[in-house]
Design a protein around this ligand. Structure first.
Ligand code: TXA
Ligand code: MG
Length: 321
């Protein structure tokens, strides 16, 4: 069974208003959206994604004034970040009001909120009188979707409608930020760079990403993983040793191409070395190489600047199993 793919905001709004799920485009990745105030829709999101109930959802709102209706307070530093980066790839963890169900937050007293920037989804949110709970529209643990087709490939049988907003602009999930004891904390690296955040609020704490008892399960090590093993290291050495063993491999590089590799077994994220372009291509590249005939994906880390930090975070998780 296939989902219908289209650009009909009215149709998306009417499905959502009647408790159904719709896949929506955002500038980061596609989301699997449902009415955040409808517990049936929220349960359906968990079921469709096969997501464990202890992994909370973030909610999407049209602007900061709508956010205020669902949270108790916005600490000053986080308000500054909201003013600077919304609409955009930033999620804030804020104390929730009672009208946000424990199902959404997995019993936590904070709720993740985000004002997305994608024009179609912004129009959609303006038509609705409720926020949209939306995790990335992928089966739990797999790579997030950055096109309508990615969603169709994996969840097409389970959602009636995919709102098609084209390829995602940013291509990495939002950066998740909160406060602990007066200190700004990053829980998940993402589409808003640490540099950009620190330019507004000064030095922040980046929580260790491999914690075995994650506050945010987006921090589980083997998350966003392709099906094939992915090895991170020095590409020349990895290529040499796998060639010697006669293993069919694919290469995922930042800029370089490899003349001896068949074109379908290599992907340069950005030949010019543009970090935004690399982020935009990352998940498509991982999907493409994952469905190649290679046995293994060999990849390299990027320099730890701009979105390189968040890209490396995703590569490390993809390599953990
Ligand atoms: O860019 C994005 O954030 C995308 C698009 C669709 O908006 N959404 C997304 O949602 O990536 P999801 O559910 O795949 O990842 C959200 C992460 C999860 O790892 C969840 O554990 C964490 O946010 N999270 C949500 N609410 C939280 C809370 N109250 N405290 C700690 N972590 C939370
Ligand atoms: Mg996700």
């Amino acid at each position: 069974m296939m989902a219908e793919i289209g650009k009909d905001i009215k149709k998306a709004a009417s499905l959502l208003s009647s408790g159904k799920l719709v896949a929506i485009p955002t500038e980061t990745v596609y989301g699997l959206a449902g009415n955040a105030l409808d517990e049936g829709a929220v349960l359906d999101i968990f079921k469709t994604k096969q997501r464990p109930s202890f992994d909370p959802l973030i909610i999407h709102l049209r602007d900061i004034d709508q956010v205020r209706a669902y949270v108790d307070a916005i600490p000053e530093e986080l308000e500054q970040l909201a003013q600077k980066f919304w609409p955009g790839p930033l999620t804030l963890l804020l104390p929730k009001k009672d009208m946000i169900s424990d199902l959404v937050t997995s019993g936590l007293d904070t709720v993740g909120v985000r004002v997305p920037r994608h024009p179609l989804t912004r129009k959609l949110l303006h038509r609705l009188d409720f926020p949209l709970a939306a995790p990335s529209a992928n089966p739990f643990g797999y790579i997030s979707p950055t096109s309508a087709q990615h969603v169709q490939d994996q969840l097409g049988g389970q959602v009636p409608y995919i709102l098609d907003g084209g390829a995602c602009d940013i291509g990495l999930e939002s950066t998740i930020v909160g406060m602990e004891q007066g200190q700004v904390v990053i829980y998940r690296l993402g589409g808003t760079s640490v540099q950009d955040i620190e330019s507004v609020v000064g030095k922040v704490l980046i929580l260790p990403q491999s914690s075995s008892n994650p506050k945010s399960p987006g921090m589980l090590k083997s998350h966003y993983a392709p099906r094939k093993p992915l090895l991170l290291g020095h590409l020349d050495e990895l290529i040499e040793s796998h060639r010697q063993k006669g293993i069919v491999f694919a290469v995922l590089s930042f800029q370089r191409s490899f003349p001896e590799q068949p074109s379908e077994l290599q992907y340069a994220l950005s030949p010019e070395g543009d970090y935004d372009e690399a982020a935009r291509n990352l998940f498509s590249a991982m999907r493409a190489l994952d469905s190649s005939n290679a046995e293994i994906i060999l990849a390299e880390e990027l320099p730890e600047i701009h979105l390189g930090k968040a890209i490396n975070d995703r590569l490390r998780r993809a390599s953990a199993r």
